[in-house]
Design a protein around this ligand. Structure first.
Ligand code: MN
Length: 228
């Protein structure tokens, strides 16, 4: 193929225990998937209607890489989340079909320009400028699903500068992974390479330049980085 300009690089993530990389197609995120976090944001969870938004695939930042403090905000927030990577796709899937598509797991930060999100909410505008900015999605190396058990007792946490900011077990999710994938598949035809951020627990707060973050999906994946 001859392109008129240089073709963009294919975003990808390392895989734990492998020299191969996981190519990223799209990045989907669910909002308000932990009741305590919805409450701290002054919202409630609508169990019948999960809400989704997207980030561009090239917003993903690999483990260990610096995260530049973004432009146009003075209130950058962390949201630690389990990230699910799909190895297959489809549309209008049942939860059973959806569960079979999970290729691997990681841990990520859904970085958010909270001031721009508040403005968007107040005006009824979309969330793109608050959520889908450059470098807004640090994600760990992925752990193949076949190698691990992820369940209701799996712990997820985030430390900033050695201090615990967010902590939960996955059992506190409102919508489980099969339900999230099935609901997304009623809106989009999912494909291999899609990543899904599965929502954040309570404790979201600001990050400053110089902050060091360490996130874990305990026993499965770890993510480190510095805001610069
Ligand atoms: Mn989030």
């Amino acid at each position: 193929m001859n392109y008129a300009i240089a073709a963009p690089a294919q975003p990808s993530l390392p895989i734990i225990g492998s020299d191969l990389r996981f190519p990223i197609r799209r990045v989907f995120c669910i909002g308000r998937n932990y009741a305590e976090h919805a409450r701290e944001m002054g919202a409630t969870v609508d169990k019948s209607a999960p809400m989704f938004f997207c980030k561009p695939a090239d917003a993903v930042v690999s483990d260990g890489a610096d995260v530049p403090y973004p432009q146009a905000t003075s209130d950058l927030h962390h949201e630690v989340e389990m990230v699910v990577a799909l190895g297959g796709g489809g549309r209008d899937l049942s939860p059973e079909q959806a569960a079979a598509l999970v290729w691997g797991y990681g841990v990520g930060l859904d970085l958010t320009r909270r001031d721009l999100q508040a403005q968007a909410k107040a005006k009824g505008h979309p969330w793109d400028v608050a959520k889908a900015f450059d470098h807004s999605a640090p994600v760990s190396a992925l752990r193949p699903a076949a190698a691990v058990h992820v369940g209701a007792d799996t712990q997820l946490w985030l430390d900033v500068n050695g201090e615990r900011r967010q902590q939960t077990t996955l059992g506190d999710m409102v919508h489980g992974v099969p339900q999230i994938i099935a609901a997304l598949s009623t809106l989009f035809e999912l494909q291999a390479g899609d990543l899904i951020f599965t929502g954040t627990p309570a404790g979201v707060a600001a990050l400053q330049r110089g902050d060091r973050f360490h996130a874990e999906l305990v026993g499965i994946a770890e993510l480190d980085g510095v805001v610069v």
